[in-house]
Design a binder for this molecule. Structure first.
Ligand SMILES: Nc1ncnc2c1ncn2[C@@H]1O[C@H](COP(=O)(O)OP(=O)(O)O)[C@@H](O)[C@H]1O
Ligand SMILES: [Mg+2]
Length: 251
C-alpha cells in the first residue's frame, strides 16, 4: 500500500498503523477507579467519528485522555497523532500538536466580546484561521462580534467555542456534546458547519447524547459501554441496526 511506504517501521505496533489518529488500548483512572478500560480506535485524516454510548460509558473520559488532561490519568496504551506520541505529552503539548477539546460547558470567557474570545485564542503561535475566515464560516458570530460572549444564545456560544478552537492551528477537534440543549434547527446549522470544517481537512470526534444527529453527520461510529469499545464501524450501519441502538444507546 502506498500509504505505508513512507512509514517508520521501527516504531511499535500502534504507530505502524497507517491512520492519522490512533488510540491503542488506552487505560485511564480517576484515582484508583478504572474508567477507560482498554479503548482502541483509528481515524483517517478528515474523518468525522461519532463516539457514542450511554451516560457514564466513558466518552468524556476518553476525550479528556486524548487531550492529555491529567484526569483521568493514562496508565497504559498509546495515542498517536500524525506519527507523534500524544501519550507521552502533557495537555499543553498535545494542544501545541493540534488537539483541541471543546468541553461540554463551552468555557466562554466572561467579560470578553465574541471577537476578544477569538483574539485571545490567536495569541499563541502557530495561529490558525483568520478572523475573516472564521466569520465566513460563522456569519452569526460576525454580526455579534462586539457582544459579550456569555450573552450569546446556547447555539451561538457553541459556535464560538468551535470557532475559538479553529483560531488555533488545529488538526483534531474533540467535541463533547455540542448539541446539548440546542433546538433542532440550530443543531442542523452546526452540523452543516462541521461538514465544512471536515472539508477543510480537520479530523473530528463528536460525543453526543443526540446519537441520531451525530450518526447522520459522522462517517464512522465507535460505541462505548462501561469503558470498553462494543462497536466500531460505519455510522450508517448503526442508524439501520435498531437492536444495536436499543442495546447500547437506548434509542
Ligand atoms: N472526576 C471523576 N472522578 C471519579 N469518577 C469519575 C470522574 N468523572 C467521571 N467519573 C466516572 O467515570 C465514568 C465515566 O464517566 P464519563 O467519561 O463522564 O462518561 P460519559 O461522558 O460517557 O457520560 C462514570 O462512571 C463516572 O461516574
Ligand atoms: Mg460525558
Amino acid at each position: 500500500m502506498a500509504e505505508t511506504a513512507t512509514f517508520d517501521r521501527d516504531r511499535n505496533s500502534a504507530a505502524t498503523h497507517p491512520k492519522f489518529l490512533s488510540v491503542w488500548d488506552i487505560q485511564a483512572y480517576y484515582g484508583e477507579s478504572y474508567i477507560v478500560q482498554g479503548v482502541s480506535f483509528d481515524i483517517h485524516e478528515g474523518e468525522i467519528l461519532a463516539l457514542l454510548g450511554r451516560n457514564g460509558a466513558g466518552k468524556t473520559s476518553t476525550l479528556r485522555t486524548i487531550a492529555r488532561l491529567d484526569n483521568p490519568a493514562l496508565r497504559h496504551g498509546e495515542i498517536w497523532l500524525d506519527h507523534k506520541p500524544l501519550h507521552k505529552m502533557k495537555a499543553h503539548e498535545a494542544a501545541g500538536n493540534g488537539i483541541a477539546l471543546v468541553p461540554e460547558d463551552r468555557r466562554i470567557i466572561p467579560g470578553l466580546t465574541v471577537e476578544e474570545n477569538l483574539q485571545l485564542a490567536q495569541i499563541a503561535p502557530p495561529v490558525g484561521w483568520s478572523l475573516e475566515r472564521i466569520y465566513g464560516l460563522f456569519p452569526r458570530l460576525k454580526e455579534r462580534r462586539r457582544q459579550e460572549g456569555v450573552t450569546l444564545s446556547g447555539g451561538e456560544q457553541q459556535m464560538l467555542a468551535i470557532a475559538r478552537a479553529l483560531a488555533r492551528d488545529i488538526k483534531v477537534l474533540l467535541l463533547d456534546e455540542p448539541y446539548e440543549g440546542l433546538a433542532p434547527v440550530i443543531v442542523q446549522e452546526i452540523a452543516k458547519t462541521l461538514n465544512v470544517i471536515r472539508d477543510q481537512g480537520i479530523t473530528t470526534i463528536i460525543v453526543e447524547q443526540n446519537a441520531v444527529a451525530a450518526l447522520k453527520l459522522a462517517d464512522r461510529a465507535v460505541i462505548l459501554d462501561t469503558g470498553s469499545v462494543v462497536y466500531d464501524g460505519s455510522a450508517q450501519e448503526v442508524l439501520e441496526d435498531e437492536a444495536l441502538r436499543q442495546r447500547y444507546l437506548a434509542i
